[in-house]
Design a protein around this ligand. Structure first.
Ligand code: NAD
Length: 504
């Protein structure tokens, strides 16, 4: 599949035409040891366009047999050393070539994610830009990270070296298919590991296209492989493998817990988890420009149809401004209706599949049953496709299901508070700790509350603003890993001590 559009798509009709061209020649096979292959079992899985309900393709459904082949090829590549022992400067060049190829094919990559999981194509383009930025940032970093010389006496020399781990299995979700992939594979590859990627069964197409670009960029055989398939088959096999050294996972907390068990049952491989969230967004009465804050609070949950790990799904508002503020959030929500993902003007698209659509609707029903006040939305949009409008519940309490559980859809729960202490206690009353936001003009309060929030990241007077220079990850049951920034490289390298005795 080498669709190279002659013109940059800008209108819905352009995107539709490109979609037609692309779906006629999709790569659907696994990529193992530099070869595109069907699953050993011959099984396939259907990937559906959730905006239309139509089947896009039947993709290889890998299982343990395919995992064994990929792991053997990854180990062989690692031992061969044409990537693992290549100088960081040379690895950088290859990864920069890959980033350039991704840029040249950005419309096609964005469209594959849109067709596969229903997000608006304009947001998908932003994701691809983020993925390319991640590749570039990490590649540029790898030849600037030094080891250490220990502070010894003259009779010895202590070196602390950073070495690649060996074989890394990256298991990723469907909500930002290629961006989550880039966050995992860029540092793992830059550090010299062999990487096996398992994309979500709901969104494998962009990862398969990426393999073709990686090959063109010059990644040696066995260094980057992709196994599409289900979690309980090929994902589990990778996690239980004795020859995989690290699992880098983004997905739900439930599966993250299973992966830790698999590591314990096998070879104690490293397990880095980026899991779920129920992120609080605190709005204090002293914040500036309520209209803008309300728009941001709505976008923090409705962007990507609410299918975002760091979605600001709990909005905590000072009761002094709650009435007027929630009215503004409701108005903003009304302006964020879902539309055709191929329309560049659409703010929201379709839910990823029928299962997720039903799950979100069940939560909405539970919100009503448990006594939360529905302010807007709440009723699914008639098909075809799985569309749910922005939904706002006010008067939510910490005891309600929609106030505690991750919904992963366009449902906002609004809570009221009377004091800063109450707001912080409510924000921290969660199993999760992925992100938190706070809106205020009082610098003392900003610093005080930022420190007290039990969260991997705190956004002050913005939501999800950070770029590649800072780490991304959570505490508590949101996980233990950190993507992005140079700190991500630490996860994919082992510290080795070399101690030399020196003659006087
Ligand atoms: P999921 O946990 O169902 O699946 C994630 C991946 O794990 C998929 O590739 C899946 O096939 C695989 N998997 C499932 N069961 C497995 C098993 N037994 N063994 C090995 N692999 C298995 O999550 P999802 O529905 O794809 O994504 C939504 C979740 O991801 C949400 O909870 C969201 O918060 C989380 N997420 C977190 C971050 C973050 O950075 N913290 C980012 C995006 C999404």
């Amino acid at each position: 599949m080498t669709a190279t559009p002659t013109a940059i798509p800008t209108t819905r009709a352009d995107w539709q035409a490109l979609a037609q061209a692309l779906t006629a020649r999709l790569e659907t096979r696994a990529f193992i040891d530099d070869t595109f292959v069907d699953a050993v079992s011959g099984e396939t899985l259907a990937t559906i366009n959730p905006a239309t309900g139509e089947t896009l393709a039947h993709v290889a459904s890998c299982d343990a047999a395919d995992a064994d082949l990929a792991v053997a090829a990854a180990r062989a590549a690692y031992a061969r050393g044409d990537w693992s022992r290549l100088s960081p400067a040379r690895r950088k060049q290859t990864l920069l070539r890959l980033a350039a190829l991704m840029e040249a094919h950005q419309h096609e990559l964005a469209l594959l994610d849109t067709l596969d999981m229903g997000k608006p194509v304009s947001s998908a383009l932003g994701d691809i830009d983020g993925a390319i930025g991640c590749l570039r940032y990490t590649a540029e970093g790898i030849d600037k990270v030094y080891g250490e010389v220990a502070p010894t006496g003259d009779d010895s020399l202590g070196l602390v070296l950073r070495e690649p781990l060996g074989v890394v299995a990256s298991i990723v979700p469907w909500n930002f298919p290629l961006m989550m992939t880039a966050w995992k594979i860029a540092p793992a590859l830059a550090a010299g590991n062999s990487v096996i990627l398992k994309p979500s069964e709901k969104s494998p197409l962009s990862a398969l296209r990426l393999t073709q670009l990686a090959r063109e960029a010059g990644l040696p055989r066995g260094v980057f492989q992709v196994l599409p398939g289900f979690g309980h088959t090929v994902g589990r096999a990778l996690a239980l493998s004795m020859e995989v050294d690290c699992l880098a996972f983004t997905g739900s907390t439930g599966v993250g817990k299973q992966l830790m068990q698999y590591a314990g049952q096998s070879n104690l491989k490293r397990v880095y988890l980026e899991c779920g969230g129920k992120s609080p967004n605190l709005v204090f009465a002293d914040c500036k420009n309520l209209d803008q804050v309300a728009w941001n609070a709505a976008a923090a949950i409705f962007h990507n149809q609410g299918e975002v790990c760091i979605a600001g799904s709990r909005l905590l508002v000072d009761n002094a401004i709650r009435g007027v503020f929630v009215d503004k959030v409701v108005e903003a929500a009304k302006a964020m209706q879902p539309g055709d993902p191929l329309d560049p003007e659409s703010f929201m698209g379709a839910m990823v599949d029928e299962t997720q659509y039903r799950r979100v609707l069940d939560y909405i029903a539970k919100g009503r049953e448990e006594g939360a006040r529905l302010r807007v939305g709440g009723v699914a949009i008639d098909g075809p496709g799985y569309f749910i409008p922005p939904t706002v519940f006010d008067g939510v309490t910490p005891a309600m299901t929609i106030g505690r559980e991750e919904i992963f859809g366009p449902v906002l729960s609004v809570f009221g508070f009377d004091s800063e202490e109450e707001a912080v206690a409510m924000a921290n009353d969660s199993d999760y700790g992925l992100a938190a936001g706070l809106w205020s003009q009082d610098i003392d309060r900003i610093m005080r509350v930022s420190r007290k929030l039990h969260s991997g990241q705190v956004f002050v007077n913005n939501w999800a603003g950070p770029d590649m220079t800072v780490p991304f990850g959570g505490v508590k049951q949101s996980g233990n890993g950190r993507d992005k920034s140079l700190h991500a490289l630490e996860e994919y390298t082992e510290l080795k001590t070399v101690w030399m005795a020196l003659a006087p």
